[in-house]
Design a protein around this ligand. Structure first.
Ligand SMILES: [Zn+2]
Ligand SMILES: [Zn+2]
Length: 392
């Protein structure tokens, strides 16, 4: 996609049942195609149409496009399905994905033998291999655009990282795979999900600044979004009472921007949630209108709102779960906090963490059946669809 394009987030309601459908419309600074989509309602399965610019380049979130049509192609392909009943555009990106991996901050992945920072080393290796990686990626994507391929959500790149300990660590980078002409992200914009030969329980157990722990939570989120189906975030306070409404909203936006709303269960005190709603109102947004279009972040909407808890725990949920817990609330700051990182079986997490909080997990959405693996055999790079949503 060229740099003159703008992404506009929209929601359209099904004319039959009123269910909101979110999508991103692409707008170019000149030469926009006019047209639309015939789609299937994700709730009642009836067909309806959404009119939009650039139907080829725009993308749907969580519903099926049955057909894309362009007004200039007079091929009689206009749809006879009814039009969406209402469409709203939203400028406050409460659901926009803002997750980044900050390679400049204190690492959470270090060599257990030499103590070397494996995050910067991994980035340097990826940058070294970049021309070959990107060639393998574009070849594979061209092939995928032209033929029927299995469903892939992510492109995943395992990168060998030589280390002064004498062994070679394997770092796993990834990024969301888009089957359009979006360029491959720069290495720094990719997410790092794991480095073998490091130890998170060693690095994330102890006393740390809250700033470090919030950075670590972002890095764990990058890891968990590839590795696990769901994430649980439990914290009694989001921001703190002495912050201005604008600052509170900024903390909420940061949080809602880094978690995938479809896969995150959010548990907070109802007073914290009320704060969020009043901050939203103050910023000029009507909360009920947001709810009616499903624009209120699903994360906050779905969370249990327990009043009487003080626990802070962040969990990546899989067969074997990863748990970061300690004294840090979700607020940036310099205070020193204690933290512990550990692993537990799913069943144990349910009885020890979720049940006491009164939290019941919604069924995890199915994940993509495959991922695009971009791999190195020691001489050359290649990219192929590989089974499972993630290699780690
Ligand atoms: Zn419907
Ligand atoms: Zn090493």
């Amino acid at each position: 996609m060229n740099s003159d394009s703008k992404l506009i987030r929209q929601a359209a309601k099904c004319p039959e049942c009123g269910t909101p459908h979110h999508y991103v419309e692409v707008s170019f600074s000149f030469a926009n195609d006019k047209g639309g989509w015939e789609v299937e309602c994700r709730e009642c399965r009836k067909r309806f149409t959404i009119r939009l610019k650039n139907p080829e380049e725009s993308s749907a979130e969580g519903f099926r496009i049955l057909r894309r049509f362009d007004d200039d192609n007079n091929d009689g392909q206009q749809s006879c399905a009814p039009a969406a009943s209402e469409i709203v555009q939203y400028s406050l990106d409460i659901n926009e994905n803002k997750l980044r991996f900050d390679f400049g901050s204190e690492p959470i992945y270090r060599c257990t033998l030499s103590g070397a920072d494996l995050e910067k080393a991994a980035l340097a290796e990826l940058e070294k291999h970049l021309p070959d990686v990107s060639q393998a990626f574009y070849n594979a994507r061209n092939y995928m655009l032209a033929s029927n391929v299995p469903d892939c959500e992510h492109a995943v790149i395992p990168v060998p990282v030589p280390c002064k300990c004498g062994s070679t660590h394997k770092a796993t980078f990834y990024f969301p795979l888009r089957l359009n002409d979006t360029p491959m992200p720069e290495p720094r914009q990719m997410l790092l999900a794991d480095v073998e030969g490091s130890s998170l329980d060693e690095e994330l157990t102890g006393i740390f600044s809250k700033t470090f722990l919030m950075g670590a939570l972002e890095k764990l989120t990058a890891r968990w979004r590839l590795k696990f189906d769901q994430i649980v975030i439990a914290s009694p306070f989001i921001a703190h009472q002495y912050m201005s409404k604008a600052n509170k909203l900024a903390v909420w936006e940061w949080l809602l921007g880094i978690f995938d709303p479809r896969r995150t269960l959010f548990i907070t005190r109802s007073s914290s949630y009320k704060d969020y709603k009043s901050a939203l109102l103050e910023s000029g947004l009507n909360h009920d209108m947001l709810v009616s279009f499903g624009l209120e972040s699903q994360i906050v909407g779905a969370g249990t709102k327990k009043q009487d808890f003080h626990a802070k725990v962040y969990i990546g949920l899989g067969d074997t779960c990863e748990i970061l817990s300690g004294s840090a609330n979700l607020v940036p700051g310099k205070s020193l906090e204690n933290a512990t990182f550990g692993f537990a079986e799913r069943k144990r997490v349910e009885t020890r963490y979720l049940e006491p909080l009164g939290a019941t997990l919604p069924q995890a959405l199915p994940r993509a059946s495959h991922h695009l693996a971009i791999t190195y055999d020691g001489t050359k790079w290649r990219a192929d669809a590989s089974e499972g949503p993630s290699p780690i």
